[in-house]
Structures are given as C-alpha cells and as structure tokens.
Design a protein around this ligand. Structure first.
Ligand code: PGA
Ligand code: ZN
Length: 429
C-alpha cells in the first residue's frame, strides 16, 4: 500500500516570481506528498545546480526540462518503489542523474522529488513530518536566526554583508523568540523611517539596507535591539551572514560600500574587530569558499567566542564537513536540502556535522515558496537552529508560523535550547 503509483510535476512560481519545480507523489493507499524546490541567489560553487531552460523566456529561468525529467526518467525509475525507502529512492535519483552536482536532471527536479517522497511517507504513516523524522529519537524546537536587514545579492549588492540577523538568546520558547524578533524588526523599521531611509524590503523581507557603511548597519541593529527594550548580547544577539564568496576571490576581498580591498588576513582582522565591538554570536561564511586557509585561521582566532557557520564553504556535503572538521574550519554547518539535492544526502551532512560536534542550522533559500518542510526537518532532525529569512513576507512567515503551531500543538517536541549556539572549544570539552 506504500508503493509509489504516480508522480506529477508542475511549474509553480517562487517568492521572486521565478519558475520552480513542484512534484506530487501518490501511493497505492492514497497517501500523497508534495515537494517544492527553493532557489538560492548566492550559491556555492560546489552545490547541486538547478536545471534551467536558458533562452529568453523568463530570463532563461524556466524549468520545462526539469519537469520533463521528473515525468519521464525519474517517474519510470521510482514508480513501484516503496515510499518509505527514502535512501533507496534517493540512491536511484543520484545514479540516474550520474553527475556530482546533479546538473543532468537538475538539483531542482531531484530535491522536489525527494521531498515529495518524504512527505508521502509521513502521510502514509499518518504522522506529522517532524515526528516521522524523529522516530524514537528526541526532537527539539530550533533556535531561530532571523534577518532584520537584507544585503548582498538579496539587495542588488547595495551592501557587502548579506544578512544582518538576530538570535533571541534570552527566549525560553520558540514563540517567545518570535515575539522578541517582532519587536526588534518593528523598531529597526521605525529607526529607518525616522532617518528618511525606509525603502521597502530586500529579497528575504529584511529592511532595505540604505546604510553608509557596514558598521552603520551594525550600529542601527544594536539601536533597534535597545529600542525594542532588550539588552544586546544577553537578550538578543547579532548573527551575520557575510556571504564572503560573493565579493572575495583568490584571497582578495573587495568591499564596495567601504571602497577598500583587503587580503584574507586584513578582512579577518576587520571581522574580528566587529566581534570585539558588537554583540555578535554567530558569523556565517566569514571568508570565501576558496579561502580554506583563511577559514581555518579565522576559526582558530574566533571559534571560542562565536559560532562560525559554513554555508557556501560546506554546501551541505558530508565529505566537505568531515574534511573541515579534520582541519578545524568552522564549528557549525548550514543545512540546505537543495544544496545537497536529496533528503538522504542532506541528512548525511547533518549527521556528519553532529558526529564532529559541530552545530547545525537548517536553512531556507532566498527564493522560497509557501512550503514549510524545512521547519519539520529542523525539528525532527534535532538540528538545534533554523534560518528562514526575515520577519515579513508570507514565504518566510509561513515557516515561523508552522514552528509556532508545532510548539503549541499536541505532544510538542522538546523545548528550545540556546545552548545550541556553538562556541569552541567549550563545546568539545
Ligand atoms: P541564497 O542565500 O539562498 O540566496 O543562496 C542564503 C544564504 O547565503 O544563506
Ligand atoms: Zn549564507
């Protein structure tokens, strides 16, 4: 009864108005599951790539080729398989595609199919997805990282740093973290309005970053936390996603806003200065994906003070996570299912991180939909942290609201725990 009987693929539209892939899986018992591919704008070199049609239609972003792959090759290969055999199905998808970055059938086609299978298996078990994933293991509410100002590739490169976020380190529950963030987000908007700098929002819903310097944004964020009635650092900490691969290459970092070019050590010095001066608790991709030596040095210098997150640097890849752990680069891994391309490979990256004592943050992409699957992954996989963008726009709020529903529902998972913020070496001991 849990045999897959059909796959339906259709084109839907993401939060940037771009085409994306949606797949429905049906089983013999009538259980159904739906998977949707998100899309990144600041992508890592080594992540799974989306299959796009090219040409002029929709800026070359159409996904008809990816849909054809799902309806043809992929459907032929997995119809008849047991929907509960996630690993076997993902292995078939990986072998069928045959490329390391899923470029032939498309990471978008594969992750939508893989997630649809997962949802259908949970539906067949008549269990919420998070609980299906947890099985007998503990599940806990994740600590959210929430964007207040959006920059980098999500704001036309108006600023260098991509995400200015907050983590409500004083929150005792997910719901309380939402309340605290709502006040900080509102206060930040009011501060921008007071300066005549309120200019709408960036791609993930954070306020548009009309700042004179990166420090100006950090000062404003601290002021917003205080204006909301919280103590920066103890109630609410700052998390940054530098997304340094966007402006750093071959050891040179070009900061457009500050009009300077720095080498790896110089840029690291600048970030270490920010860590000393601002209540920063987490920093993602501080150095570029091609700057391994820089990342190791930075982790050595700051890994006992702040969480250092690898996104472009580790691309949800278990092998890269193991290598980074052996060399001492980063102490936390960003987990994005569509970087890996299948649910099984995503889980492998997460488990590799957990085995290494690294923290894990399940993350959405800048191009999203109403899909809330990642909230369930974060809870069911006991990831500890969750990043889905800002506190505005429904593709973001749908996910935060899903977290509230799960936390306040019957038989909720374990409580949110701020100790999930990773600092080395304390965590290792
Ligand atoms: P992306 O960015 O989804 O645009 O790649 C998100 C991130 O860098 O964390
Ligand atoms: Zn990132």
């Amino acid at each position: 009864m849990t045999m897959i009987t059909s796959l339906t693929a259709r084109r839907i539209w993401d939060s940037r108005g771009r085409p994306t892939v949606e797949v429905d899986v049906a089983t013999a018992s009538g259980a159904r599951g739906r998977g949707i591919a998100p899309a990144g704008a600041s992508r890592g070199m080594r992540e799974a790539v989306d299959l796009r049609d090219g040409g002029s239609r929709f800026g070359g972003m159409d996904v008809q080729k990816a849909l054809l792959g799902v309806r043809g090759e992929i459907a032929r290969a997995i119809v008849g398989m047991d929907v509960r055999d996630q690993r076997a199905i993902d292995d078939v998808l990986i072998a069928l595609d045959g490329t390391p970055t899923k470029e032939r059938l498309g990471g978008n086609a594969l992750i939508a199919t893989s997630l649809a299978v997962l949802h259908a298996a949970a539906a067949a078990a008549d269990t919420p997805l998070w609980r299906y994933l947890a099985g007998d293991r503990p599940a806990t509410m994740p600590l959210p990282q929430i964007q207040i100002f959006g920059g980098g590739a999500h704001a036309g490169r108006r600023m260098d740093v991509q995400d200015f976020m907050v983590i409500a380190t004083g929150a005792k529950s997910f719901e309380a973290a939402m309340e605290m963030t709502a006040e900080v987000y509102r206060a930040a908007g009011a501060l921008m309005a007071g300066r005549g700098k309120l200019a709408g929002v960036a791609d993930e819903g954070g306020w548009w970053p009309d700042f004179n310097s990166n420090e100006d944004a950090l000062d404003t964020l601290v002021a917003a936390i205080e204006a909301a009635g919280y103590v920066p650092g103890s109630d609410v900490g700052i998390a940054l996603d530098i997304a340094a691969s966007e402006f750093g290459r071959e050891g040179r970092y070009r900061l457009g806003l500050d009009r300077i070019e720095l080498d790896s050590d110089g840029f690291a010095e600048k970030l270490l200065g920010w860590i000393d001066r601002y209540p920063i608790v987490s920093i993602e991709d501080p150095l570029a994906e091609d700057d391994e030596a820089g990342m190791i040095a930075f982790t050595r210098a700051a890994g006992d003070k702040v969480q250092i997150v690898g996104d472009d640097f580790l691309v949800t890849n278990a092998t890269l996570v193991c290598e980074a752990a052996a060399k001492g680069a980063c102490n936390t891994v960003l987990i994005k299912p569509n970087q890996a391309g299948t649910v099984t490979q995503t889980l492998e990256a997460l488990e590799a991180a957990q085995r290494a004592g690294y923290g894990t943050i399940v993350s959405a992409r800048s191009g999203e939909t109403e899909d809330v699957a990642i909230v369930h992954l974060a809870i069911g996989w006991n990831a500890g942290q969750l990043k889905v963008g800002s506190f505005a726009r429904s593709e973001r709020m749908a996910k935060w609201n899903e977290g509230i529903r799960i936390e306040t529902g019957p038989r909720p998972p374990g409580a949110l725990n701020v100790d999930r913020l990773v600092r080395w070496p304390s965590r290792r001991s």
